[in-house]
Design a protein. Structure first.
Length: 256
C-alpha cells in the first residue's frame, strides 16, 4: 500500500493597504492634518494699525470702509508630502459669528510674519485674485474651502482672509479651544507599490498536514492586512506582522 503527499503550490499573495483605491496606479491615500502655527486678526481701524491681536481667541473679517476693516492671517507648515501627489487640500474653520459672506482667501508670498508681532502696518499684502472663498456661514459650524490648486508640496503657506461685507464673520483662532483650531487637511496619493514575498515554505514545496506560510510585507505608508491565496482561493488573512497563515493540507487519496 502506497501513500502520496498532496502537492500544493503557493502561487500568490495580495496585500490590502489602508484606504485602497479600486483602480489605477494609486495604491493608497493618506490624510495629513496640520494646525495653524500662527494666526491673527489685523485691523485698519483708526488707532489699531499698529496693534497686535495675536492673543485673541477669534479671527475677524469685516469691512466698514477702506480705513475701517478687519482681516485675518493664518500660517501652516506642511510636511510629509514628499514626492507624492496632493489629491486634495482643504482649509477648515470653525465659525463663531455668522455672515452672508464668509470671506475671500488669498495666498501671501511672505511667511516672515509672526502672530505675536503682526499688525496691519507690517502684515504681508495680497495680490491677484483669491484662491478660494467662503459663502454664507453660520455660527457653531465647521466650514471648508478647497485649496488643492495652491497646496502642492511641503513648505510653509500663509493665507489672508478678507471680505467686502459689513456683516463680518468671526472664526476660532489657535488660541481658542484645541478642538476648534484652524486646520489644513491634505489627502495625498501614494503611487509606490507595496513589496511582498513568501518567507516559507519555499516556492514549489510539497507539503501535507497542518502547514504554516509566512510572508514579508512592507509599504512606504502602511500595511493593514495580508491575504493568503492558494491556487486562487483565499485561505486566511493576517493583520499582524510577521504575517502568517496556517491551514490543513489534505492527503491525496490512497493508492493500492
Amino acid at each position: 500500500m502506497l501513500y502520496k503527499r498532496t502537492k500544493f503550490v503557493i502561487i500568490g499573495l495580495i496585500i490590502i493597504l489602508k484606504n485602497v483605491l479600486s483602480a489605477g496606479n494609486v495604491f493608497s491615500q493618506t490624510t495629513l492634518t496640520f494646525l495653524s502655527t500662527d494666526d491673527a486678526t489685523i485691523s485698519s481701524s483708526e488707532g489699531a494699525t499698529n496693534t497686535n491681536y495675536g492673543n485673541d481667541t477669534k479671527l475677524e473679517v469685516d469691512y466698514n470702509s477702506a480705513s475701517d476693516k478687519q482681516e485675518s492671517l493664518l500660517k501652516f507648515v506642511v510636511s510629509g508630502i514628499g514626492s507624492q501627489r496632493v489629491a486634495s487640500a482643504r482649509l477648515r474653520l470653525y465659525t463663531i459669528n455668522g455672515s452672508a459672506k464668509g470671506g475671500s482667501i488669498y495666498q501671501v508670498s511672505s511667511n516672515s510674519w509672526s502672530e505675536s508681532s503682526v499688525t496691519w502696518n507690517n502684515a504681508p499684502g495680497v495680490s491677484g485674485t483669491p484662491i478660494a472663498s467662503l459663502g454664507a456661514v453660520t455660527a457653531g459650524r465647521w466650514y471648508e474651502v478647497d485649496l488643492t490648486s495652491s497646496i502642492t508640496q511641503d513648505g510653509t503657506y500663509s493665507l489672508r482672509i478678507t471680505t467686502t461685507s459689513d456683516d463680518g464673520a468671526d472664526y476660532n483662532s489657535a488660541e481658542a479651544s484645541a478642538s476648534y483650531h484652524p486646520k489644513l487637511i491634505i489627502a495625498i496619493d501614494d503611487f509606490i507599490a507595496p513589496i511582498v514575498s513568501i518567507k516559507s515554505p519555499a516556492s514549489g514545496s510539497a507539503v501535507s498536514g497542518m502547514i504554516k506560510v509566512a510572508a514579508n510585507a512592507t509599504d512606504n505608508v502602511a500595511v493593514s492586512k495580508v491575504e493568503f491565496y492558494v491556487n486562487g482561493s483565499l485561505k486566511c488573512t493576517d493583520t499582524i506582522a510577521s504575517y502568517a497563515c496556517s491551514w490543513s493540507v489534505p492527503n491525496a487519496p490512497k493508492k493500492t
